[in-house]
Write a protein that binds this ligand. Structure first.
Ligand SMILES: NCc1[nH]cc(CCC(=O)O)c1CC(=O)O
Length: 310
């Protein structure tokens, strides 16, 4: 295979995004020592608007749009994203070339004063802007108060340290990647807080016309992670999920079988439907669709419709 002389990676400029881009840069550099691999750092709309909950300002697409612009006009060859931030439907003209091996998929409990969720006194303020985390938290601990928490990882940790929250919930993967694992007081069992679709996995997006890049990027794909994430995305897509919806899904592969759990809830967690299903790792999207159908059969449509009217 003929790797190009140069490859440019588009990345957001947050510390986590840069870590992810540098990780992919190192992988590509090891595979193709004669290629010059560089990173083009960019600020996205999602990074700039920090005062409103993401769900209200347009959702996940805001983190990838500027990077896609760089792919479209040829300033960059590939963009590295947290799969969690990649919309369920890519805009026409773009494709996912690879999904990398998953880091810890769990949510993490972070606090300076308490070891775990169970020890928080009633009325404690927990910071998260994720409707998925909020609904699952409120379902288990209706006495806790959830308040919005935006910004990159460092900003969120600073807000915790300033005393605005008793605790915050973050993705374990981001903290581990940035060497901040010691801030995790407890990794929350995926059964207690079902992770976001794609949480912990990296996605590599390209201009769909760049067929030349497919073979070059194929070694970055981790088949097991890709199957799990495709199943999770299949469920979310079938339910028309976005980050405006309290929804989560988590798949794991054992042998040739995917085991998957998903949920849909009301924001206050008073209604929470969860279902599990198994299916072939060869047909992940079909498994996600089947799980979505199970949730719909139990009333997921009614919960989602109620959210749309809020
Ligand atoms: N929503 C922002 C975001 N996108 C990806 C991660 C973390 C790492 C990952 O899931 O790959 C985070 C931070 C968080 O949720 O705490």
């Amino acid at each position: 295979m003929n790797a190009p002389k140069k490859l440019v990676i588009a990345s957001r400029e947050s510390a986590l995004a840069m870590w992810q881009a540098e990780h992919i840069q190192a992988c590509l550099q090891a595979l193709y020592p004669d290629t010059e691999v560089t990173i083009l750092g960019m600020t996205t709309t999602g990074d700039q608007i920090l005062d409103s909950p993401l769900a209200r300002i347009g959702g996940k697409g805001l983190f990838v749009k500027e990077l896609e612009q760089a792919l479209a006009d040829g300033r960059a060859d590939l963009a590295v994203h947290s799969m969690k931030d990649v919309p369920m439907h890519l805009p026409p003209g773009f494709a996912l070339a690879a999904i990398g091996e998953r880091e810890d998929p769990r949510d993490a409990f972070v606090s300076n004063d308490y070891p775990n969720l169970e020890s928080l006194p009633a009325g404690s303020i927990v910071g998260t802007s994720s409707l998925r985390r909020q609904s699952q938290l409120q379902a288990r601990f209706p006495g806790l108060k959830v308040e919005s928490l935006r910004g990159n990882l460092q900003t969120r940790l600073r807000k915790l340290d300033e005393g605005q929250y008793a605790a915050i919930i973050l993705a374990a993967a981001g903290l581990k990647r940035l060497g901040l694992e010691s801030r995790i007081r407890e990794a929350i069992d995926p059964d207690q807080s079902i992770p976001a679709v794609g949480q912990g996995a990296l996605g590599i997006e390209i201009n769909a016309e760049r067929h030349d890049l497919l073979d070059i990027l194929a070694p970055l794909n981790h088949a097991e992670t890709a199957a799990c994430v495709e199943a999770e995305r299949g469920m979310s897509r079938a339910l028309a999920g976005s980050c405006q919806v309290p929804l989560g899904a988590f798949a794991q592969q054992q042998g040739d079988t995917l085991h998957m759990t998903g949920f849909v809830a009301s924001i206050d967690g008073k209604e929470l439907l969860r279902e599990s299903a198994q299916g072939s790792a060869d047909q992940p999207e079909a498994l996600g669709q089947a799980l979505a159908a199970q949730l719909v059969a139990r009333g997921a449509d009614r919960i989602l419709a109620a959210l749309a009217h809020d």
